[in-house]
Design a protein around this ligand. Structure first.
Ligand SMILES: [Zn+2]
Length: 118
């Protein structure tokens, strides 16, 4: 990305989507931001189940839950409840963070566009 407008040759900042001098469209940054956000979401979608799978294999809660010993079974039940709660919190947190990333990207694009009245 050149730091000079290709049309009017005025100095510009790399994050500009439009030239502040002549108003020419400099790059398709709103689209690339969307792609970056999507890549992040997709990478997260791939990594998260993998992590869950790795930890689930090491998780002893199932053994306790299936145990004949009532005390061990109770520990297993509590472990299940904590697991479900932490899963819900993790998903909720992921959704909130993802929405915040998207909102920040959209706000940045809007404020940049609004700056030049375009
Ligand atoms: Zn220009």
């Amino acid at each position: 990305m050149e730091n000079i407008c290709p049309v009017c040759h005025q100095p510009i900042l790399p994050q500009y989507y439009f030239c502040p001098n002549c108003g020419v469209k400099l790059n398709s940054a709103p689209l690339s931001t969307t792609v970056a956000t999507q890549v992040w979401i997709y990478a997260f979608s791939i990594i998260l189940p993998m992590l869950c799978f790795i930890f689930a294999k090491k998780w002893p809660g199932i053994k306790y839950f299936k145990s004949n010993d009532p005390k061990a079974r109770k520990i297993g039940q509590i472990a299940w409840i904590i697991l479900v709660l932490s899963t819900i919190i993790t998903i909720w947190f992921a959704v909130v963070v993802t929405q915040r990333v998207i909102k920040t990207s959209v706000d940045n694009i809007n404020s940049d566009l609004g700056q030049y009245g375009l």
